[in-house]
Design a protein around this ligand. Sequence first.
Ligand SMILES: Cc1cc2nc3c(=O)[nH]c(=O)nc-3n(C[C@H](O)[C@H](O)[C@H](O)COP(=O)(O)OP(=O)(O)OC[C@H]3O[C@@H](n4cnc5c(N)ncnc54)[C@H](O)[C@@H]3O)c2cc1C
Length: 326
Amino acid sequence: MARLVVGAHDHGVHPFIVQLRSLEDHTLLPGVDAGDVGPKLGYNEADNGYCSFFHVRIPRSHMLSGLSRLDRDGTYHPAVHNKLIYGTMILVRNRMSRTVAFQLAQAITIATRYSIVREQGAIEGATVPTTEETSIIHYRTQHSRLLTRLSHAFALIFASETCGEIYDDLIQRQSRPSGPDHSTLAYTHATMASMKAYATSLAADGTEDARRLCGGHGFVSISGLPELVTMVFAATTFEGENYVMYLQTARYLIKCASTIRRGGTVPLQIFGKVTTDGTLPMCRRRRRRRDRSSSIQQSSKKPLNIEPFDLSSTQRGHSLGHSRRA
Ligand SMILES: Cc1cc2nc3c(=O)[nH]c(=O)nc-3n(C[C@H](O)[C@H](O)[C@H](O)COP(=O)(O)OP(=O)(O)OC[C@H]3O[C@@H](n4cnc5c(N)ncnc54)[C@H](O)[C@@H]3O)c2cc1C
């Protein structure tokens, strides 16, 4: 990617294809310097390189002109929509959300298996006395951390499927025979940007927690967790550092808010689907929350009907229906 400058006019960043090496002996061409960035914190299976150019000329035909193009006489034809260049990024970011969701699920699977076979201490206050140690999955803290992270993995998978539908809808609109419709492009870009940031941050926290749930064993490479953790951590940076991704969505929302304030209209998608009764789910949720909180206030004097936690049910093989030997 490089800036396209024609005379005194800077048309912004555009993609070009550039030959780096000689086709004869594979040496770098004059003015080109390139190499590997060296070992990284993780994600070392990918070769990330650097490249610099000093007075390198390439023909005009080496500009990738799918969206915008430059004529021989210097006339510039911009893309129909200035955000069309985001198309591939939107797709990749959506795929990333799905990938990290499965990587989180992988890490939680490892941690869950470990938690079943690993025995450590005995649960204090157990009604059935035992001399045996207990699988760590029977500790409520371990159990709840595992299930919470597992639920995140499922939620991210479902959310990325919905994002996939939003993306497919955009592609269908853009390739309509009656003429391209880019009206949902900005919304899709903003949604995928924050989804990428949210999914990778949640998955990064979750895989790291999965590693810690395996104690010292999780730090050992053979557990597979250190590689998973660094792979997911890398995803919080590439294809756009997460903080910047959230800013992209924030900018879109602020623009929508300004449009509404000026009396204009914004795409209805930002409120979610419109329901059959014509209300927006967001408004209905707010109404339900309000109704619920007033009913809680009314019933706050009633005694709480909470079952005490039955420690005997947490004995090996009881609460989860299986044991290490099962
Ligand atoms: C493991 C790995 C693999 C990668 N693979 C590839 C690849 O295959 N191809 C490729 O092209 N790139 C790749 N990258 C590069 C990656 O896309 C960039 O590192 C990433 O987009 C962040 O850009 P940057 O490094 O230039 O950060 P910088 O722009 O230097 O940003 C640094 C920090 O500055 C702040 N910042 C930057 N811009 C803004 C802003 N507008 N507003 C507010 N704060 C801001 C943010 O806090 C940000 O984290 C890879 C990176 C990693 C870590």
